[in-house]
Design a protein around this ligand. Structure first.
Ligand code: PEP
Ligand code: MG
Length: 588
């Protein structure tokens, strides 16, 4: 097959070389995991059993048809039984389990998607519409499968680096992947991601970055042009996807992969080195986490604490089964104790926009401007109080700070603080321990907040700048929309002014200011942020050591005059060049 290259938006660094595994949207609705070689036949049997059960059910339906039933009904059952017996349904998914090691549900859905695509091409309308019958039959089988636990022998395989090469080299190609679905790939059975849509700072991209898996989004048409099992190279640094590469290109990328691995190994030696610039300016490096398990990589990278625990990841996809106070408490406590005395900033529920609680419910016309984050929490006081109590209870087990997302109005600050007092009063009443002087901070991620800082610094203990949303709302660019991704510019002078103002106002008021948006983990911007006065950076653990290295190689005597010049400019090109030069300059 001829090689071709696709271009998208780089979201997670590194190079992945593997076989494409196309994930149709429906496939995301069923469990998908890989079955270990020795359990494949048991999984095949599970699907065969489900197929046979549906067959028997159809037979019973047919036998029990009342004599006066319309003839169409009998014909309808006949068609379904025929479809079920067709090798395309009764055999092909079994082959998929055997060849690709997919679990039964995933294998069936994959085959149905392929068949559906073939049916879409049929000109005859009547025949084309038989696609619906196939899908109905598949749904019957899926229901049977979902009711049956995987046989003991066919439990999901846990993969590690030494596993079979085929399994360890899968690159997911999909039209889109929701942030919650992305989290399901934490078992690292996939080595890279490519999606047709998405922006650099969409939450899907953020999770890919936190998993430290090379990824490119906004690669328009990728899921149509790339075929199942094609060899694919993802250059996560450039956002380039090379399909069916020539042996020469493949070798070049393998060499680059090796060089990157060596560089990372070298960086790991900095784990215990304090982050101090050459002139002695100390910097705090914190980790962004999605779930308590991420504390492991955070400590591994030498983080001084957690600067952002995105607590909404405990809630996403659980609209019908929200985590209880106790369940939340256990998770927050796990994070706090895992960090062994280092501070943990827990952000209250930031649900909405591209992180819906229920992905099937899309009601708001502009969800990013809608009932999101603190707005949502204040509209659901019981849910908010439950979370606040759970967080406060965890504060008895280590250094914890509460961070509130998306505040813009004075009454939001007041209501939030009142809710926290109420949660404390409830705990006192129940004789439950908590940190009575727990710090409460605000995310500065709406321009209105950055322009009204006195309102915040008077009442709060710390600030954390959410540059992802600050850029989105300042520039009116949807961070998820790849069609406007080229306008999403962290170096826009308006954005830089708002960040600098926030850092200055926080420090003037004597309170901590961190950046926890993606800018904090971008090594090309480290010196600029240092020059603006930033001393607390919070980022994915995978980025931490590179940023530390940049800090160790920096000198404020050089950075400060350059930053002043950059901040005086209103010319985006001049700013971009000056920031690139600042990053590239060796220390004095
Ligand atoms: C931000 O907006 O910069 C931020 C850190 O929060 P999130 O990306 O979760 O919206
Ligand atoms: Mg945000």
């Amino acid at each position: 097959m001829a090689s071709f290259t696709l271009h998208g938006i780089p979201v997670s660094r590194g190079i992945a070389i593997g076989r494409a595994h196309l994930l149709a949207p429906a496939a995301l609705d069923v469990k998908h995991y890989l079955v270990a070689e020795e359990h494949v036949e048991a999984e095949v049997l599970r699907l065969q059993t489900a197929l046979a059960t549906v067959h028997r059910e159809l037979q019973t339906l047919w036998n029990e048809l009342p004599k006066d039933a319309p003839t169409e009904l009998g014909a309808f059952i006949d068609v379904h039984a025929l479809i079920l017996s067709d090798p395309m349904i009764s055999e092909a998914p079994l082959d998929i389990i055997r060849s690709r090691h997919y679990n039964a549900e995933w294998a069936l859905v994959t085959q149905i998607e392929e068949l559906s695509a073939q049916f879409d091409e049929i000109e005859d309308t009547y025949l084309r519409e038989r696609k619906v019958d196939i899908q109905q039959v598949a749904e019957r089988v899926l229901k049977k499968l979902m009711g049956s636990e995987p046989l003991a022998a066919a439990r999901p395989a846990t993969l590690d680096a030494d596993d079979d090469e085929v399994m360890a080299q899968m690159v997911v190609v999909a039209h889109d992947i929701s942030p919650a679905d992305m989290l399901k790939f934490r078992d690292r059975s996939f080595i890279g991601f490519v999606t047709d849509v998405g922006g650099q700072n969409s939450h899907t991209a953020i999770v890919a970055r936190s998993l430290d898996i090379p990824a490119a989004v906004g690669v328009a048409q990728a899921s149509t042009l790339i075929e199942q099992d094609d060899w694919v190279i993802i250059d996560g640094d450039a956002g380039v996807v090379i399909v069916s590469p020539s042996p020469l290109v493949l070798q070049q990328y393998r060499d680059r992969q090796l060089a990157a691995q060596r560089a990372r190994k070298k960086l790991s030696k900095l784990k215990k080195t304090p982050a101090v610039t050459q002139d002695g300016t100390a910097v705090t490096l914190l980790a962004n986490i999605e779930l308590p398990d991420d504390c492991g990589p955070a400590l591994e990278a030498g983080a001084n604490g957690v600067g952002l625990f995105r607590s909404e990841f405990l809630f996403m996809g659980r609209a019908a089964d929200m985590p209880s106070e106790d369940e939340q408490f256990e998770q927050y406590k796990r994070a706090v104790t895992a960090m062994k005395g280092r501070p943990v900033v827990i952000r209250t529920l930031d649900i909405g926009a591209d992180k819906p609680l229920d992905p099937t419910e899309h009601t708001a016309l502009n969800p990013a401007l809608g009932l999101r984050a603190i707005r949502y929490c204040l509209s659901e006081p019981q849910l908010f109080l439950t979370q606040l109590r759970a967080i406060l209870r965890a504060s008895a087990f280590g250094k914890l700070r509460i961070l509130i997302p998306m505040m813009a109005h004075a009454h939001e600050i007041d209501q939030t603080l009142a809710m926290i007092e109420l949660a404390k009063a409830e705990l006192r009443e129940a004789n439950v321990k908590f940190d009575a002087v727990v710090d409460v901070g605000a995310m500065i991620e709406i321009p209105a907040a950055a322009l009204a800082l006195p309102m915040f610094v008077r009442k709060l203990d710390f600030l954390s700048i959410g540059t992802n949303d600050l850029i989105q709302y300042t520039l009116a660019i949807d961070r998820v929309d790849y069609e406007v991704a080229h306008l999403y510019n962290p170096l826009h002078p308006a954005v830089l002014q708002l960040i600098a103002m926030t850092i200055a106002a926080g420090h003037k008021a004597g309170i901590d200011v961190a950046v926890c948006g993606e800018m904090a983990g971008d090594v090309k911007l480290t010196r600029l942020l240092l020059g603006m006065g930033l001393r607390e950076f919070s980022m994915h653990p995978a980025q931490l050591l590179s940023v530390k290295q940049e800090i160790l190689n920096s000198d404020m005597n050089l950075i400060l005059p350059q930053t002043r010049k950059i901040m005086r400019s209103m010319d985006p090109d001049v700013i971009a060049d000056a920031v690139a030069a600042l990053h590239a300059t060796p220390p004095l």
